[in-house]
Write a protein that binds this ligand. Structure first.
Ligand code: FES
Ligand code: FES
Length: 158
């Protein structure tokens, strides 16, 4: 298959890449850019494990072609820390032990950030509903819920 050149903005850096038109964004991020926080679970848009931020919105990268991401800002967990400090949602996940094997964690963190951007202090039902598309096979849901609630509460108390 012929390839074409695309420019992607990932974690604030521009990349010029030669990709086949049918390549998924998930594969380009993992294989070409070596961003291994982006993980495949179901591959069909049902588990949220491959979630990334595209222009601030949580998107399943298994359902998006790399070429569809041209001109958009992509964020993965590798791009979250600033000046050597973890993002507050990352810190909250650690503090509240919101993971066991951590396979699902990058997807949950990015979905939580998308939620908190839309609604900085969501109630429990809103968090549950928003994160319903992310599956944790280890069942860390209560700790994840707590971590996201605390970040929201802290932003309200600031
Ligand atoms: S791997 Fe993309 S949603 Fe499951
Ligand atoms: S911590 Fe293992 S799948 Fe969520």
């Amino acid at each position: 298959m012929t390839t074409h050149e695309i420019k992607l903005n990932v974690n604030g850096e521009e990349y010029l890449l030669e990709v086949a038109p049918d390549r998924r964004l998930l594969d380009v991020l993992r294989e070409d850019l070596r961003l291994h926080s982006v993980r495949e679970g179901c591959g069909i848009g049902l588990c949220g494990t491959c979630t990334i931020l595209v222009d601030g919105k949580a998107i399943s990268s298994c359902l998006m072609l790399a070429s569809q991401a041209r001109g958009k800002e992509i964020t993965t967990v590798e791009g979250l820390s600033k000046n050597g400090r973890l993002h507050p949602v990352q810190e909250a996940f650690i503090k509240h032990s919101a993971f066991q094997c951590a396979y699902c964690t990058p997807g949950f963190i990015l979905s939580a950030i998308a939620l908190l951007t839309e609604d900085p202090n969501p109630d429990e039902d809103t968090i549950r509903e928003y994160l319903a598309g992310n599956i944790c096979r280890c069942g860390s849901y209560l700790n994840i819920l707590e971590a996201v609630k605390v970040v929201g509460k802290e932003s309200r108390d600031e």
